[in-house]
Design a protein around this ligand. Structure first.
Ligand SMILES: O=C(O)CCC(=O)C(=O)O
Length: 302
């Protein structure tokens, strides 16, 4: 018996490679998150360049703080950790991934009104291949989310297709598909819209991306990458910090027996020249969502 979802929702996730569920994050916890976020943006005034917590938009300054991403929010404030263990979320994860689930990583992408950066088309699988692909990203909508304020788009069914090349012209990984040569029909993309508190779940192989925020409303998307506990990361072979790995078990049983499934894999190697975040990685690739020059710096736009 499923824990939270209906069998129809579970079947739809497996058929389309994504699912949106409303009302997973309650308003009290969401407000706590928004308050923490406002404080973090305020504190970023003292930060001049990307660091372990902040990924900054081009044009960021002490007088005009522009934060693009909070890195590893579950390590930055307990509210982002607490949410991972809320019964409704855990039940949905078990319905989609099986009884034992591990956190791979987290991030909080902010899209401020008017300038919030786009994210180019990609598959998360290209960044972190594992021994099996029972892996998904949880996208928690901290604001009412629409196309206008930069909703993430997914292309249904692409989780059953190939793993695309995410390398740039120089042969290095760049974390983005080349929109001109990949042959994907981007007109099939659908936006993950929903009222604040809704959560999208997209399969690790589903192609997705998002445009610039052109509205006057902010869009916060809190992302958790969750894996079946028996999916082992290929890039970490031989250098797994076991204690940290074990501590990321969200529910169920630990295992040291990886389940190995034949899936299309490309390693993200040689590594991206521009390190730090997907935004930095993608500056080396071609754009679908575009670029403008602002204050002598390149920034992305639709
Ligand atoms: O923030 C978004 O709209 C997309 C995020 C994403 O795909 C990523 O950070 O990998």
């Amino acid at each position: 018996m499923p824990h939270v979802l209906s069998q129809q929702q579970i079947d739809r996730y497996h058929a389309d490679g994504y699912l949106i569920v409303e009302g997973v994050l309650d308003d009290v916890m969401r407000q706590r998150m928004k308050n923490v976020l406002a404080e973090l943006v305020e504190k970023s005034r003292a930060v001049a360049s990307h660091d372990d917590i902040y990924d900054l938009e081009p044009g960021h300054s002490g007088g005009d703080p522009r934060v693009r991403r909070i890195k590893k929010p579950h390590e930055v404030d307990p509210v982002f950790k607490d949410f991972m263990y809320t019964p409704k979320l855990v039940g949905i994860l078990q319905d989609l991934l099986g009884e034992s689930v591990r956190l791979h990583g987290s991030k909080l992408n902010l899209k401020a009104p008017h300038f919030g950066s786009p994210v180019e088309w990609h598959q998360d699988w290209a960044f972190y291949p594992h021994t099996n692909d029972d892996i998904l990203a949880v996208g928690v909508m901290l604001d009412d989310t629409t196309v206008e304020n930069g909703a993430m788009y997914v292309i249904p069914g692409t989780h059953k297709g190939p793993t695309y090349d995410h390398h740039g012209p120089d042969g290095h990984f760049c974390g983005a598909m080349d929109p001109d040569i990949c042959g994907v029909d981007f007109s099939k993309a659908v936006p993950c819209e929903g009222p604040a508190g809704s959560v999208s779940f997209h399969h690790v192989r589903t192609i997705h991306g998002s445009a610039q925020n052109t509205s006057n409303k902010s869009r916060g998307l809190l992302l958790y990458e969750m894996t079946a506990a028996d999916a082992y990361p290929l890039m970490a072979v031989g250098k797994t910090d076991w204690q940290a790995f074990e501590q990321r078990l969200i529910c169920g049983e630990e295992t040291i027996v990886p389940r190995v499934v034949d899936t299309p894999i490309r390693m993200p190697l040689p590594p991206a020249k521009n390190q730090g975040s997907i935004y930095e990685n993608q500056t080396a690739g071609k754009r679908y969502f575009g670029f403008v020059e602002e204050g002598g710096k390149k920034t992305a736009t639709t």
